[in-house]
Structure formats: structure tokens, C-alpha cells
Design a protein around this ligand. Structure first.
Ligand code: CA
Length: 225
């Protein structure tokens, strides 16, 4: 008979708990510490960084091209709660119609294949569109306009994250089940999730940092626990 090391060894379970920041504690604009790039720069001085300089009067501007895009690299992955995009104050706000906000950790297709949070329409002169992207995770936030012969111009992009509490729980099991079997290990996680929900946590992620492994039974003497 095999025993499982969960009988006497502590295993780590990574716990990531996220809570939506309250309005009284607005999270920091992550874009300010990021690095911005765009598919092209159509007008000298209308650089990608103009969208993260906090001024609504300095803007980006790509050349007319297919699928123009702008991207900010947050330099780490975050659970994104809200993205705010500010349109130009003095010209052609309709150009932003159809712009997609995409979030993820991949740079495939310059990040434009990451998951879509929202599509912008009707953002007026100098207006800001605030879209909720709750629970989306990513390092890269893109604004891209699909289509041929389009251009993209934005004046400010702000990115806010969910507040993340990350830690590792050490737990000890006294089960004879084969917890190296995903069916059983998943059951354990589900029971832990139920316990966290009962404590009032609504958005969180639980993953094993190391799965339990089989050990040979002690033949005599005391356990090493
Ligand atoms: Ca600006």
C-alpha cells in the first residue's frame, strides 16, 4: 500500500485574493510606470508616450495604416479593473470608434490577439471612456483599431488594477486519498475555495505550488512528521 506524503509533509498552496478597490481608495494608475509603443508615428512629436504623460492635451498619432495599435507594457502582470481612454479634444473624435481594448500577457501579433475587454464607440471631443475589465489579467494593454486605412490617436490612457493579496498557505492533510490524482487534489482546492467564500472573499485564485507526491510507507519507528 502506498501512502501519500500529504500525511506528514506540509504543502504550499498559492492563494491570490483580489478585491475591487473602493472609490475612497482609488488604485494607482499603472500606466504611468509603463512603457508605451505604437504601430507607427504619423506626426512628429505625437509619440506613444504622450498617452501616459497625464496630460489630456498631448496625444499619440499613428500613420494611416491597417489595424493601427498603441500598447503600454505595465512591466508586470496585474488583474486589471478599469481602463480609461481619453479622446482628442480638438479633432475628429469619430476616429476612435471601433477601437478595442485588449489585455493579456502575450506579444503575439504585438499583443493585439490578447483578450478583448471592450470596444469604444461615441467617445466625444476630449471625453474619457472608462471601461471595466474586472478579473482580466495581463502585462500588456493594447488599444487597436481593426480595419484597413485607419489611424489611431489617443491622448490619455489610464490602467487601474484590482488590489491583490498574494500569499502561500501551508496546510497539512491526514487523508489516505491519492492527492497526487488531479481529481482528488482539485476536490481539496474546491473545498478550500468554499471555505474562503464563506469568509467573504469573492474574487480569488487558488493553485498548488507543488502537488503532493507518493512516498513509501514507514516500515517501523516513528513518522518523520
Ligand atoms: Ca497626454
Amino acid at each position: 500500500m502506498w501512502l501519500y506524503s500529504c500525511l506528514c509533509v506540509l504543502f504550499g498552496v498559492e492563494v491570490i485574493i483580489t478585491t475591487v478597490a473602493g472609490s475612497a481608495q482609488k488604485e494607482e494608475n499603472l500606466a504611468l510606470g509603463g512603457q508605451a509603443v505604437q504601430s507607427s508615428t504619423g506626426i512628429d512629436g505625437w509619440e506613444a508616450a504622450n498617452a501616459i504623460d497625464t496630460s489630456p492635451y498631448t496625444c499619440t498619432h499613428t500613420a494611416t495604416s491597417d489595424n493601427p495599435w498603441w500598447r503600454v507594457d505595465l512591466l508586470d502582470s496585474y488583474y486589471i479593473s478599469t481602463v480609461v481612454v481619453t479622446n482628442r479634444p480638438n479633432c475628429c473624435p469619430e476616429r476612435l470608434d471601433g477601437a478595442e481594448i485588449r489585455i493579456g500577457n502575450s506579444l503575439e501579433n504585438n499583443g493585439n490577439n490578447n483578450s478583448r475587454c471592450a470596444v469604444l464607440y461615441g467617445v466625444g471631443f476630449g471625453q474619457s471612456a472608462s471601461v471595466s475589465c474586472a478579473e482580466m489579467n495581463g502585462r500588456y494593454v493594447n488599444v487597436v483599431i481593426p480595419g484597413s486605412s485607419r489611424l489611431l490617436s489617443v491622448c490619455d490612457v489610464q490602467v487601474y488594477s484590482l488590489k491583490v493579496i498574494k500569499g502561500v498557505m501551508k496546510i497539512k492533510f491526514t487523508s489516505s486519498l491519492d492527492i497526487s490524482d488531479p481529481a482528488h487534489s482539485n476536490k481539496v482546492l474546491n473545498e478550500m475555495k468554499t471555505a474562503l467564500i464563506s469568509k467573504g472573499f469573492s474574487v480569488f485564485t487558488l493553485t498548488w505550488t507543488k502537488l503532493p507526491q507518493k512516498i513509501k510507507p514507514e516500515t517501523k519507528g516513528r513518522s518523520t512528521c
